[in-house]
Design a protein around this ligand. Structure first.
Ligand code: SAH
Length: 464
C-alpha cells in the first residue's frame, strides 16, 4: 500500500493535536477514542473524559496518542498515590478510582466473553475487590544496581528500559517486603558487596527476592547472585538476621546467565529453613524459594472460596485439580471431597504439593502426579477408570490445551470450575466446552492484582 493511500484513510495526522472523548478502555487500561470509527489508543485516558491529545503514531486501522490535558473529567480519575507510578509501569491503573478499576475488570470479562466466546448472556458478577487495595503483595522481586556515587540501589526497571531506579517503597507490596529489601540493600552496601552489571557481567548481586508469609509473619530472603561465590557471606547472613527479626530463611540462588529471567537453576539455603509456612483458611502450605504461590493472600482466599462454592462438594465427590501448582486448590477442596487428584507439569511443585498434603494430614485423600494435564488426565481416565464429578482447571495465561478440553468433554464431569488469569483464553475455552455440551452458568471476577490491569476470574460450567 502506498503512503498516500494510507493517509487518505486515516482521519488524523501524526503530531496533530486534537480533542477527543474516551469511550472505552483497552485490556491494558489505555483510553480508547474513536474518530469516524478510527480508534485512537491513549495511555491514561479514561472513559467519559474529554481531553486534548497529541497523535503519536498512525496505522491503517488504529493509532496512538499522548494525553496532553483533560478538558472535562469523567469522575473516575484520582491522583496516583505512588510517587513513581508513571516512570515505573508496574501498576497501570493507579490513576483510576478503585471503584472504577473494579467496574473496568467486570466489563473486560463481559466484553471478551461476548466478543471471543459468543457468550453474550452469561452473568458476570461485580468484581470482588479488596477493602484496602494496597500493600497486598507477598513477594517482592527487586533488581540491584549501582548508583552514580557507587552505592547500591534496589528498585525497578524504568518503563521500557533496563535502567534501575532506586526505590524506597512500593505501595502494593506488604510493608514487611519493602522493609526487608531496604535492609538487605543497606547491609550489602555496607559490606561492600557489588551489584551485578548487565553490560560487563561483573559484580555479584542481581536481584533480592523476598517472600512474606502473611499468616505466620515469617520472611524468606533470596539473594540471586551472578555465580556461586558470595563475598562476606557470613557477615551478610548475620547482618540480615540482625536487621530483619522475622526472617526465617535466607537462600542463595545462582544465575550466571545473560538473561532477563530472575532465577537460575541452583538454589541453596544459607541459613534457617528451606520453607516458610502460610495458611489459606485452615490449610497450611510450605513455600520454597521457587514455588508458585498466589501473591495476594487475602484475595486468594476469596478466589478459592468461590471455586469451592462453585464446586458444590458434598463429601462423596472425586475431583481433579488440573494445573495444581503446589496443591493449593487441591488441598482446599480435599477438605470437602472424597478424593482429589492434582496434576502439574513442574516436578518441584508436585514435590511441594505432596509435602503440603502431609503437612495437613491429607495424604490419603489426595494424589499428585507430574506431567502435562492433557496427557495425565486422559491416562487417569483410560488406564485407571477415574471418573471425576468435578474438574477444576487453573491454567497459565495461554489457557487449556485443546486435548484437555476434549478429554473433559468425553469424561463428562457434572461441573467444571475454571479459574482464569486471562479472559481471552477463558472465552475461547468456554466456547469449546459449550459446543461439547456444557453451559457456562456464571463468572465471578476477583481482584487479585489491584492497581494493575490483570484480571482474574472463576467460571462455573455445568453439564447440560
Ligand atoms: N492452582 C495453582 C497454580 C496455578 S498456576 C495455584 O492456585 O496456586 C498454573 C500452573 O500450571 C503452574 O504451576 C504451571 O507450572 C502449570 N502448568 C502449565 N502448563 C501445564 C500443563 N500443560 N499441565 C499441567 N500443569 C501445567
Amino acid at each position: 500500500m502506498t503512503k498516500k493511500k494510507q493517509t487518505a484513510e486515516v482521519p488524523v495526522k501524526k503530531n496533530e493535536e486534537i480533542t477527543v472523548t474516551f469511550e472505552d478502555l483497552t485490556h491494558e487500561g489505555a483510553g480508547v477514542a474513536k474518530i469516524n470509527g478510527y480508534a485512537l489508543f491513549v495511555p491514561y485516558g479514561l472513559p467519559g473524559e474529554t481531553a486534548k491529545i497529541k497523535v503519536i503514531k498512525t496505522k491503517k486501522g488504529y493509532g496512538f496518542g499522548r494525553l496532553i490535558d483533560i478538558i472535562e473529567g469523567g469522575g473516575d480519575r484520582t491522583s496516583p498515590p505512588c510517587p513513581i507510578y508513571y516512570p515505573c509501569g508496574g501498576c497501570q491503573l493507579q490513576h483510576m478510582t478503585y471503584d472504577a478499576q473494579l467496574r473496568f475488570k467486570q466489563k473486560q470479562v463481559k466484553d471478551v466473553l461476548a466478543r471471543l466466546g459468543g457468550l453474550e448472556n452469561v452473568t458476570v458478577h461485580p468484581t470482588i475487590g479488596m477493602e484496602d487495595p494496597w500493600r497486598y503483595r507477598n513477594k517482592a522481586q527487586v533488581p540491584i544496581g549501582t548508583k552514580e556515587d557507587g552505592h547500591l540501589k534496589a528498585g525497578f526497571y524504568q518503563k521500557r528500559s533496563h535502567r534501575i531506579i532506586d526505590m524506597e517503597a512500593c505501595i502494593i507490596q506488604q510493608k514487611e517486603n519493602d522493609d526487608a529489601v531496604q535492609a538487605v540493600k543497606e547491609v550489602a552496601d555496607k559490606l561492600g558487596i557489588k551489584a551485578y552489571d548487565e553490560k560487563t557481567r561483573k559484580g555479584t548481586l542481581r536481584h533480592v527476592v523476598t517472600r512474606h508469609a502473611h499468616s505466620t509473619n515469617k520472611l524468606m530472603v533470596i539473594l540471586i547472585t551472578n555465580g556461586p561465590d558470595l563475598p562476606k557471606k557470613k557477615e551478610l547472613i548475620t547482618a540480615i538476621r540482625d536487621t530483619i527479626p522475622n526472617v526465617a530463611s535466607i537462600v542463595q540462588n545462582v544465575n550466571a546467565k545473560r538473561t532477563n529471567v530472575i532465577f537460575g537453576e541452583e538454589t541453596k539455603v544459607l541459613w534457617g529453613e528451606e520453607y516458610i509456612y502460610d495458611m489459606i483458611g485452615t490449610v497450611k502450605f510450605a513455600i520454597s524459594a521457587r514455588s508458585f504461590y498466589q501473591v495476594n493472600p487475602e484475595q486468594t482466599k476469596m478466589l478459592y472460596d468461590k471455586a469451592l462454592e462453585y464446586a458444590d462438594l458434598r463429601g462423596h465427590e472425586t475431583v481433579i485439580d488440573a494445573y495444581c501448582g503446589i496443591g493449593t486448590i487441591s488441598l482446599f477442596l480435599a477438605e470437602k471431597a472424597r478424593h482429589v487428584y492434582g496434576v502439574e507439569v513442574v516436578p518441584e511443585a508436585i514435590a511441594d504439593a505432596k509435602r503440603n498434603a502431609q503437612l495437613n494430614h491429607m495424604e490419603d485423600i489426595v494424589d499428585f502426579a507430574v506431567g502435562q494435564a492433557e496427557d495425565v488426565i486422559p491416562w487417569w481416565h483410560k488406564a485407571h477408570g477415574i471418573k471425576p464429578n468435578v474438574i477444576v482447571v487453573d491454567p497459565p495465561r495461554k489457557g487449556c490445551d485443546e486435548k484437555l478440553l476434549q478429554t473433559m468433554i468425553e469424561m463428562k464431569p457434572e461441573r467444571i470450575v475454571y479459574v482464569s488469569c486471562n479472559p481471552a483464553t477463558l472465552a475461547r475455552d468456554l466456547s469449546i466446552l459449550t459446543e461439547g455440551g456444557y453451559e457456562t452458568k456464571e463468572v465471578q471476577p476477583v481482584d487479585m492484582f489491584p492497581q494493575t490491569n490483570h484480571v482474574e476470574c472463576v467460571a462455573l460450567i455445568d453439564l447440560k
